[in-house]
Design a protein around this ligand. Structure first.
Ligand code: SF4
Length: 441
């Protein structure tokens, strides 16, 4: 029975790289070291009942099975006939597919955007303004003695983040593991992560900016006049600021509780400034808790190819980046795009109603591993292989470290990787014969 070691879990941004997978008759029969979510993802590849297996094209209002060639032909026709197509998704596939997708967007003069637009987009905007004092997760494991999760609940969203990198592991300078570290959680409610923390700080909903400002005031030697800020008593804020200043190596992990609450990118901007202020006293870094396993990869690849991290409009003949104008929801809600391609994502389930209403009106191509509400309203549906299980590729961990996803089993018959589908689609749009070197590899 083939047994694969050092397999990467392609679910969340932690990208655990120590998974062991046993495969028998092209079925995954055992998964070791992954959390419940990761294990479920590996085992779900056996469940062909809930997979997309055949390409489909909508004819007379109904999706009917067609050949892959016909589906790609129709998808290319839809995209070529559009004046301004939107190409969206990308965070749950590999960098190689993203790279071809960006080429396609440029070829079509379309808009390309990823799920970063609805998660850590504000963090990216803040980094433009204030920089990014970050480090790798390896440094956190080996050096950090103060860990803060702000607006993030890794016990649910990134279950092995604590055991692999932040709290529990022994590190080079933290030989006793958890005993050498302190965990603080700042959130609006007592989450499961807060329950195991040394200290939980409850902040009023939407008042994170005020609390960050109060901490900065104390760190910079100022005096708090208020008895409490954002629901946190003055003494607690002073004690927290002192703890932050007196640690040896602190790290602030922040999640969507900070990026998508009132204040948004200004919260992150202020948090970056807090970390900068703390570096006068000690070593402090910060890191966004990225959700989709390769959302970081999309920004990296788009950065190399177009110079910007997300929301790029090629409609002017060059890359134009203006979040708020070129972001997927803005383009949809203005009714500006006249066709869309969605890959490895389900915006119909997650976007605001107005965006979904426009998506339902325009021709839509969906590429995914299983049926979703988005594939249900699509005009062309193309099934794809699961990256990291049925196809290899590159993905970036949340700390921007690239890792190679492994292939441990064959995809269902006739199902290609996202990269290969994108290559064939690009060739069809360009009127070229498809290059099949990827399939041959
Ligand atoms: S923590 Fe994330 S990457 Fe690690 S096994 Fe769980 S789901 Fe997979």
């Amino acid at each position: 029975m083939p047994r694969y070691t050092d397999v990467i879990c392609s679910f969340c941004g932690t990208l655990c790289d120590d998974i062991e997978v046993s495969v028998e008759d092209n079925r995954i029969v055992d998964v070791k070291h992954a959390c419940r979510i990761g294990t479920a993802k590996f085992l779900s590849s056996n469940d062909l009942e809930h997979r997309l297996l055949k390409p489909m094209v909508r004819k007379n209002g109904k999706l009917v099975e067609v050949s892959l060639e016909e589906a790609i032909e129709r998808a290319a026709e839809i995209l070529k006939n559009a004046v301004k197509p939107l190409l969206y998704g990308w965070s749950s596939t590999c960098c190689e597919a993203q790279s071809v997708g960006i080429e396609l967007a440029e070829e079509l003069g379309g808009v390309i955007d990823a799920t970063v637009t609805v998660c850590h987009g504000p963090s990216v905007l803040a980094v433009h303004d204030a920089g990014y004092p970050g480090c790798t997760l390896g440094e956190v494991k080996n050096r950090a003695d103060l860990i803060i999760y702000w607006g993030s609940n890794p016990m649910h969203g990134h279950p092995r983040h604590l055991s692999r990198y932040s709290i529990f592991p022994r590190g080079y300078f933290r030989e006793r593991g958890q005993s050498d570290r302190e965990l603080i959680v700042i959130d609006v409610r007592k989450t499961d992560t807060a329950k195991i923390a040394n200290k939980f700080v409850r902040v009023n909903y939407g008042e994170d900016y005020e609390l960050i400002s109060a901490l900065r005031k104390v760190v910079n030697g100022g005096e708090l006049r208020e008895e409490s800020v954002a629901g946190v008593p003055k003494e607690e804020i002073i004690a927290l600021a002192e703890k932050m200043m007196n640690c040896q190596f602190g790290v602030l992990f922040f999640g969507m509780g900070l990026t998508q609450s009132y204040g948004r990118h200004r919260n992150i901007d202020n948090a970056i400034c807090l970390v900068r202020d703390l570096n006068v006293h000690t070593k402090f870094v910060m890191q966004p808790m990225r959700g989709h396993y390769n959302v970081v990869g999309f920004s990296e690849v788009l950065g190399w190819q177009a110079g910007f991290p997300y929301a790029v409009d090629f409609g002017r003949g060059f890359a134009w980046y203006n979040p708020g104008e070129t972001t997927a929801n803005d383009v949809l809600q203005r009714g500006e795009c006249d066709a869309a391609l969605v890959i490895a994502s389900d915006p119909v389930s997650h976007f605001p109603r107005k965006s979904v209403e426009h998506l339902a009106k325009i021709p839509l191509v969906a590429i995914d591993i299983h049926p979703t509400p988005t594939t249900q309203i699509a005009d062309v549906v193309i099934p794809s292989a699961i990256a990291g299980i049925e196809a290899e590729g590159t993905a970036y961990r949340m700390d921007s470290v690239p890792l190679r996803l492994r292939k441990v089993k064959e995809p269902p018959e006739g199902v290609l990787s996202d990269e290969e589908i994108m290559r064939r689609l690009l060739a069809k749009v360009r009127g070229e014969a498809p290059k099949l070197e990827v399939e041959a590899r």
